[in-house]
Design a protein around this ligand. Structure first.
Ligand code: PEP
Length: 246
């Protein structure tokens, strides 16, 4: 049985004071049956690492460079994230694909760089509203995942996949449990063709997950937890979502 995983994606939000308050409240809520992690903006990772030392919550980053080091101004390498104790790093979030023109291959290369430093890449895939309405959901998510499968080869079982329909991110429109499960099943089948460990891999759902819809989403057979944006910024909401994953 796969243990549920709930990851908070703080995006470009927070401050040192606000983060300290949020993390104190999450720690106060106590351990969850699900595995819990927060992905913070890079400048806050040292604070987050200090605050979560010894707690049952892991931490991670929201992006990493595909390169090891060198003349890549503004980039943060996977080895730097590893130095701050990160366990996870998001790669290919739709906001990065859209606002930073990240290609499927670049996302795959980032996942490879993360694995080289023992970070677990959380590979985000998902279709836009136009793609869904054009009946292209399956083709789009398969294409996005396929680049990662080809680049990582036998290491593919070490990633976490997050299905995040772009039309559901930050919009308040959640995919129905049936819509989400259908895509998760497709992704699981694609992973099964690539690795015999596909049944052990986690596939998270993300897109306007809230305390009141989390339980039904997480009850679907191929949904192994969530990637949570807006609701991860409020301790009570995030804690309730983590409990729904128990
Ligand atoms: C996200 O940013 O990954 C996300 C799912 O955001 P939200 O929960 O706000 O839709």
């Amino acid at each position: 049985m796969r243990r549920k995983l709930v990851i908070g994606n703080w995006k470009m939000n927070g401050s040192r004071v606000a983060n300290a308050e949020l993390l104190a409240a999450l720690k106060e809520a106590g351990p969850s049956v699900a595995e819990v992690a927060v992905c913070a903006p890079a400048p806050y990772l040292a604070d987050v690492a200090l605050s979560l030392q010894g707690a049952s919550i892991s931490w991670g980053a929201q992006d990493c460079s595909a390169f090891e080091s060198g003349a890549y101004t503004g980039e943060v390498s996977a080895s730097m994230l590893a130095e701050f104790g990160c366990r996870y790093v998001l790669v290919g979030h739709s906001e990065r694909r859209a606002f930073h023109a990240e290609s499927d291959q670049l996302v795959a290369d980032k996942a490879k760089a993360a694995l080289a430093h023992k970070l677990t890449p959380v590979v985000c895939v998902g279709e836009t509203l136009a793609e869904r309405e054009a009946g292209q959901t399956e083709a789009v998510v398969k294409r996005q995942l396929s680049a990662v499968i080809h680049t990582l080869a036998h290491c593919i079982s070490q990633v976490v996949v997050a299905y995040e329909p772009v039309w559901a991110i930050g919009t308040g429109k959640t995919a129905s449990p049936e819509q989400a499960q259908a895509v998760h099943a497709l992704l699981r089948a694609q992973l099964k063709a690539a690795t015999e460990k596909a049944g052990e891999m986690k596939i998270l759902y993300g897109g306007s997950v809230k305390a009141d819809n989390a339980a039904t989403l997480f009850a679907q057979p191929d949904i192994d937890g969530g990637l949570i944006g807006g609701a991860a910024l409020k301790a009570a909401d995030f804690t309730a979502i983590c409990r729904a994953a128990a």
